[in-house]
Design a protein around this ligand. Structure first.
Ligand SMILES: [Zn+2]
Length: 157
């Protein structure tokens, strides 16, 4: 696609958009040699894309300089905050588990002890409670597994 771009403005606008994507890649340093070459040759013939790239560069420099102004232990603070949040959430889940299992068990105990209910009603309630607890536990296991916890385990500071 690079051979036809001898004058600026001769490319269809979709080609410019393609090069805009390449520019993003170039700013992130993610381009292959071939992509870099084709971007380079397009930029030589296209004033508007060159200008755009200069603007993007400026933006990237700006954000980089902003990032450098942050206090050095910012990352450390963030690490502890996320760890704390995560532990908080974990504890919340465990409180929920203990509460739900405890309350359900106590209710079942009362249900089976009382003389007011027929045996088949007790059996039905027992099934409902068992099903509820099994569902609860299986949902919870998925939830606990998907908590993004392990990502930070390897980070030692
Ligand atoms: Zn262009």
């Amino acid at each position: 696609m690079s051979q036809q771009s001898t004058q600026s403005g001769s490319n269809p606008s979709s080609a410019h958009e393609e090069f805009e994507i390449l520019m993003m890649g170039a700013l992130d340093g993610e381009l292959s040699q071939g992509e870099q070459a084709s971007l380079q040759s397009h930029l030589q013939g296209c004033a508007s894309c060159s200008q755009k790239l200069a603007q993007y560069r400026h933006l990237v420099d700006l954000t980089d300089s902003l990032r450098l102004e942050e206090p050095q232990d910012y990352e450390l603070d963030r690490f502890w905050n996320t760890l704390y949040n995560r532990m908080e959430r974990r504890s919340a889940w465990w409180f929920l588990v203990i509460g739900v299992v405890g309350v359900t068990s106590a209710l079942m105990f009362e249900v089976f002890r009382t003389d007011l209910l027929a045996w088949w009603l007790k059996a039905g309630l027992g099934l409902v409670a068992t099903g509820f607890l099994l569902l609860f536990v299986s949902v919870l296991r998925v939830r606990l597994r998907t908590l993004p916890y392990d990502r930070y385990r390897e980070v030692h500071r």
